[in-house]
Design a protein around this ligand. Structure first.
Ligand SMILES: Cc1ncc(COP(=O)(O)O)c(C=O)c1O
Length: 381
């Protein structure tokens, strides 16, 4: 059998990782400013994480959601404390798309409505409702086109007010820092306006923190820079440092009903042990603070270099913490590929001309400086 060929691949086989570095099967080392698509939060193969996962696997990898699983409770307790939402409830699932799927479903159970408002350029996943809320016609199959979603411009509160005041919107789903959309930031004024419009119209406010959350923005959640509290927060990617897991954080105004949501694999013992170990490392190594410091250094230095004309083709640098977009006046393809091939450095990308930095949250100032030098070398030659 052949693989279903949906991924355009680099001709590189990554075999090993440690911290912010990965190695290919030829022994070549790469600096990883991509984190396997924002997934590696605490660094590749962190020893505490490896030890916790190994210990749990030797004990019990999986049992179903029909019996008590104290690890789920411990994770909920630890996550509530780490992010400051101790009064919220946690539903565990396996991926980002599934987290959004369940968030939207729960919203519809809550207020009985079926309309969703989403952002232009939004990305929320590739399954049913999640893909419908994703503003990319190329990945929405006819079966997903069910007319539930209206896409509106970022930070244009008046456009959102007009739709919300119709009183028929089930949920608003928003990335406070758009990832796939090209590192575009919601403003505090916009999010606070949306929060009060959602309150006035009994609309559920969902923040998709799958990419921008879990410490990446320099606060635990990106929306915490903007002075609002969503009704539902979705997480995945960094939660278990690469082991598939997602979560839905649900405000106390929602009451759980037996059987309304469910999953076979979600919240399994192995994943919970890994996710608890991730929180241990985030706390012990002050990774949220590190993301803020190193991210600000990267943004400031890249902006200074751009303004001084030392980064040809760079026209904008934006972001928060370790979620950074570098906009070019040329397609990203050639510089990104040369960064990998010539400078042995992985980065992400968005659209046609944005290089996206999504490194592990343990990136050091020295590694940040190292990246800037490699990037300069590529752009200047
Ligand atoms: C903001 C956002 N939401 C949802 C998803 C979907 O997550 P998954 O690929 O785990 O289904 C992604 C993935 O890139 C994402 O960036």
């Amino acid at each position: 059998m052949e693989l279903f060929n949906v991924y355009p691949l680099f001709d590189i086989t990554i075999e090993k990782g440690q911290g912010c570095n990965v190695w290919d099967d030829q022994g070549q080392q790469y600096l990883d400013l991509y984190g396997g698509h924002a997934v590696i939060s605490i660094g590749h193969s962190h020893p505490h994480y490896v030890e916790a996962m190994t210990r749990q696997l030797n004990k019990l990898g999986f049992y179903s959601n029909s019996v008590q699983n104290p690890l789920q409770r411990e994770l909920a307790h630890r996550l509530g404390k780490a992010c400051g939402y101790e009064d919220y409830q946690l539903f565990l699932i396996n991926s980002g798309a599934e987290a959004n799927e369940n968030a939207l479903k729960l919203s519809s159970f809550y207020n009985g409505r079926t309309r969703v408002l989403s952002l232009e350029k939004a990305f929320h996943g590739r399954t049913s409702l999640a893909v419908e809320a994703t503003n990319n016609p190329k990945i929405i199959a006819p079966i997903n086109q069910n007319g539930h979603v209206t896409y509106l411009p970022l930070n244009d509160l008046q456009a959102w007010r007009e739709e919300l005041e119709k009183g028929d919107v089930c949920a608003v789903i928003i990335e406070c820092i758009q990832g796939v959309g090209g590192i575009r930031l919601a403003t505090a004024e916009f999010m606070q306006g949306l929060r009060s419009l959602c309150d006035q119209t009994d609309t559920v406010l969902i923040c998709d923190e799958i990419q921008c959350g879990y410490g990446r923005s320099g606060k635990f959640f990106a929306h915490q820079h903007l002075g609002i509290q969503p009704d539902i927060i979705t997480v995945a990617k960094g939660i278990c440092n690469g082991f598939p897991m997602g979560g839905v954080l649900i405000s106390p105004k929602f009451q759980a009903v037996y059987g309304q949501l469910g999953t076979t694999f979600g919240g399994n013992h192995l994943g919970c042990a890994g996710a608890i170990a991730v929180l241990d490392v985030i706390e012990q190594e002050h990774l949220v603070e590190n993301a803020a410091t190193v991210g600000q250094y990267l943004i400031d230095t890249l902006q200074t270099e751009m303004q001084a004309g030392r980064l040809p083709h760079v026209v904008d640098v934006r972001g928060r913490g370790l979620m950074i977009g570098i906009e070019l006046d040329i397609p990203y393809k050639e510089p990104r590929t040369r960064l990998i091939k010539e400078q042995h450095c992985f980065t992400g990308c968005s659209g046609t001309n944005v290089i996206r930095l999504l490194p592990p949250l343990c990136l050091t100032l020295q590694q940040a400086e190292d990246f800037i030098q490699r990037f300069k070398t590529i752009l200047q030659s």
